[in-house]
Ligand binder design. Structure first.
Ligand SMILES: C[S@@+](CC[C@H](N)C(=O)[O-])C[C@H]1O[C@@H](n2cnc3c(N)ncnc32)[C@H](O)[C@@H]1O
Length: 208
């Protein structure tokens, strides 16, 4: 009971200041220090460099940097704070900081062909998960897809990242106009996340 009360209290504090504090304290344990294999290998298959891509909860922005290096023209990185992205800019002067938009995912407007998920879902309060799915559906263009990885394990902490399971995700993404094309154990996770991730590809369908 106390665990849940503490968790609820913490959740209210997960605003811009909360995330900036985590970056400043160096408690950003999710930082993979580079683009991870599942995302990189997925992006390497894409041929159309003009698709509209959104990276919510951008953090250090390694995916954004990679996409720009590969010549993708329409990429937006979205985050409540650009603190982590500015850290990346210090190390990599060619980091595309101009493509970073400051704002709340739930207030963001736009239409995207591809939305990349990488440790953003797990950063949100668990109660917001259905809202996350609804917002993704709104932001995806018809035939647009949400692609990335989700944790398939639990974490013993009152702070994010928060875990989950494949069966939970199956129910969560089972909404009208969204088709779960891939939701399965991830075979090419980075070593520390091996056997602890699922790969997802959720496609928005045409409304009948
Ligand atoms: C766990 S970190 C992941 C960062 C990055 N995706 C990575 O893999 O390193 C979550 C990020 O989401 C951002 N964030 C949390 N809630 C957000 C929201 N409602 N809108 C936009 N960004 C948010 C935080 O500021 C933080 O940078």
């Amino acid at each position: 009971m106390i665990f849940w009360i503490t968790r609820m209290m913490k959740m209210k504090l997960m605003n811009k200041a909360y995330w900036e504090r985590r970056y400043i304290e160096g408690s950003d344990f999710w930082n993979a220090k580079g683009i991870t294999t599942p995302i990189k290998e997925y992006l390497n298959q894409l041929t159309d460099k003009h698709i509209r891509i959104l990276i919510p909860g951008l953090g250090h922005g390694y995916e954004l940097m990679y996409l720009k290096e590969q010549g993708f023209a329409n990429v937006v990185g979205l985050d409540l704070t650009d603190l982590a992205a500015r850290e990346t800019l210090e190390k990599f002067p060619l980091f595309p900081i101009d493509e970073v938009v400051l704002g709340d995912f739930f207030q963001h407007e736009g239409q995207y062909d591809l939305i990349l998920e990488h440790t953003f879902f797990c950063s949100l309060p668990i109660a917001l998960r259905p809202k996350y799915v609804a917002k993704m559906k709104e932001l995806l263009a018809v035939n647009g897809r949400l692609v990335g990885v989700l944790f398939d394990c639990e974490f013993d902490s009152v702070d994010p990242p928060f875990g989950g399971s494949l069966s939970e995700y199956k129910k969560l993404f089972c909404v009208s106009d969204l088709n779960i094309e891939i939701l399965e154990p991830c075979y090419n996770s980075i070593k520390p996340r091996k056997d602890r991730e699922v790969f997802i590809k959720i496609v928005k369908q045409q409304h009948d």
